[in-house]
Design a protein around this ligand. Sequence first.
Ligand code: CA
Length: 236
Amino acid sequence: MRIGYLEDEYSQSELVKSWLMGEGFSVTHASTGRGFISLLADNPVDLLILDWQLPDMEGVEVLCSVRDQLNSDVPVVFATQRDAESDIITALEAGADDYLVKPLNKGELLARLNALARRSGMSTGESRIRLGPIVLDTVSQTITSNGHPVKLTPKDYQLACCMLKNEGKLLSRDYLLREVWGIDASLNTRTVDVHVSRIRRSLNIGPEIGYCIKTVYQHGYRLEKIDKIDNVVPAD
Ligand code: CA
């Protein structure tokens, strides 16, 4: 996988580059927004990691340039020191696919990149998806937990499928509503909340199995692995 990486802080970028290259990824790195945009014109990449605060531009401006000038739909992850909800919403509305809050954690970064890569077409096409004790079989359309079938209503099954297939990916309520219920003006996003709560209970998703469904304020949900705290680096 070819990764475009924008980060102005030297020790941070050297460390993250070493993690990425250690995974066999190629890295196109720049430390300024303008430098990055011109570099990308000649160096195609599969995924972008963008810093939020740069000496010459805001990361969100870089994102808009990438989307407009390069006409690119490449997946984008923001790495930001700020975790203010308004900043995160701004980035997501500008077209970012996901975000990470600094200090970055190696395991979390790689898990998010791999999840995004899978979603953007590098899918293995497997019919079985396993998360801890939970197994989704998309051929028989069943979900088991510790080998026991889990009874779900058809909508809950579809919602569970959507979340299990998108492990690590932030899914908005609107996206889930469209995917599971189709466009239906009579439904509101509260419906999603009710069904997500039911799935959490039915599948026993929680620390005991090493996964959680995280609620992202005013936005949606992410089914994610609960990682050990390791490889933490200081923010720039
Ligand atoms: Ca920075």
